[in-house]
Write a protein that binds this ligand. Structure first.
Ligand SMILES: C=C(OP(=O)(O)O)C(=O)O
Ligand SMILES: [Mg+2]
Length: 421
């Protein structure tokens, strides 16, 4: 038992210049934890609520009311609780809010408190964060690096699909996976330059060129992998997050860059063609957040061949994941802590997926800080997969660098997930 002594919330800014919440927690004895909340742009409508002030400050995006709730209600409830009992702390946070969607106080109040408590507790117990959170699976994840951005993360100026990722599945260990990813990133930059395309970057650090179709980036990336000296597929595979809820309009999938409007069946067929032509091993949010029938049909058609990950579909919520499992609507879950609001609920989502034989991929948000909590969490839960942007922009890179540190610390106690393939 190590009692919580202080909880302090404050407003800071994130990687998009928007305000977000940072929390400091101190336990008796001076053990300290600090954490910050990320924020999405292509948010699912079923996510837990991110509360904003709505007044003139920061164009309505201020979080002063959220900070106020942390410094009053939450501080009062948590002071004196055992900081090492994460489940009890999280249950208390859930009941202080008291709503199904965390709409009263906001998931952006609960999550940074939950994370800061875990950090302080790890310090009190004198263990690294990944060990404190751990089920002790200790698997270093394959980094799914988003090296080309489209959709909402690139101001809709190029591809309709939001994320084109590379997954160095054939690398011998995590630091090598990062090196391979960086080399391909640089080689892609040269290819785009040669094509006279912009090498400016989007929200997650991937290039955001004005490409003529959603297939063109796959050609550029395949070429970049080969130019860097790797084999597309066996060394470095491809993954997509079309984030299709963003272009699902009046019942059809509108691919503006190609002048096409597709039904969900046609959209699934489009992905089937892509997986036949390119080594795409994972597609996230291929269909929209409430297109359950479409997801079920797509999983039947291509779910044996490719990982189909629900992000907006499941929003890290066990109620939606359990429906997905019983209806066979996907075969993997994207895990974003602020979609649900506490660490305990996040772990429950990963556990539910694992018990059904599904994969999980831990994820950052498009609005981030340098907080690297998800790096530790991915190792603790042994999900084997993390996506945290391009190897560019400090807030993305910090997660990869933390995983390099964890690799060094764990040595032979951890394996790289790519090796399992
Ligand atoms: C990381 C993502 O973007 P955002 O944070 O904008 O939802 C995503 O859609 O997977
Ligand atoms: Mg997504």
């Amino acid at each position: 038992m190590v009692q919580i002594e202080k909880v302090i919330g404050r407003e800071i800014i994130d990687s998009r210049g928007n305000p977000t919440v940072e929390v400091d927690v101190t336990l008796v004895g001076g053990y300290f934890g600090r954490a910050a909340c990320p924020s999405g742009a292509s948010t699912g409508t079923h996510e837990a609520i991110e509360r904003r002030d709505g007044d003139s400050r920061f164009l309505g995006k201020g979080v002063r009311k959220v900070v106020e709730a942390i410094n009053t209600d939450i501080r009062k409830a948590l002071t004196g609780m055992d900081g090492t009992d994460q489940a009890a702390v999280d249950n208390s946070l859930i009941s202080i809010d008291g709503t199904e969607n965390k709409g009263r106080i906001g998931a952006n109040a609960l999550l940074p408190v939950s994370m800061a408590v875990a950090r302080a507790a790890a310090q009190a117990l004198q263990v690294p964060l990944y060990e404190h959170l751990s089920e002790r699976n200790y698997l270093l994840p394959v980094p799914y690096m988003n090296i080309l951005n489209g959709g909402a993360h690139a101001n809709w100026q190029g591809a309709d699909f939001q994320e084109y990722m590379i997954a160095p599945v054939g690398a011998p260990d995590f630091p090598e996976a990062v090196r391979w990813g960086c080399e391909v990133y640089h080689s892609l930059k040269s290819i785009l330059k040669k094509q006279d395309l912009s090498t400016g970057v989007g929200d997650e650090g991937g290039f955001a060129p004005k490409v003529p179709s959603n297939r063109a980036p796959l050609d550029f990336i395949t070429e970049a992998i080969e130019a860097a000296g790797y084999k597309p597929g066996s060394d470095i595979a491809l993954a997509l997050d079309p984030a299709s809820s963003e272009f699902f309009i009046d019942g059809t999938y509108e691919l503006k860059s190609e002048g096409k409007k597709l039904s969900s069946e046609e959209m699934a067929g489009y992905y089937q063609d892509l997986t036949a032509a390119y080594p795409v091993i994972s597609i996230e949010d291929g269909l929209a957040e409430d297109d359950w029938d479409g997801w079920i049909a797509m999983t039947k058609a291509i779910g044996k061949k490719v990982q189909l990950v629900g992000d907006d579909l499941f929003v890290t919520n066990t109620k939606r994941i359990s429906r997905g499992i019983s209806e066979k609507a996907a075969n993997a879950v994207l895990i974003k802590l602020n979609q649900i609001g506490t660490i305990t609920e996040t772990i429950a989502a990963v556990t539910m997926a694992r018990n059904a034989g599904w994969n999980s991929m831990i994820s950052h948000r498009s609005g981030e800080t340098v907080d690297s909590f998800i790096a530790d969490l991915s190792v603790s839960l042994g999900t084997g997969q993390i996506k945290t942007g391009a190897p560019c922009r400090g807030e993305r890179v910090e997660k990869y660098n933390q995983l390099i540190r964890i690799h060094e610390e764990l040595g032979s106690k951890a394996t790289y997930a790519g090796k399992r393939r």
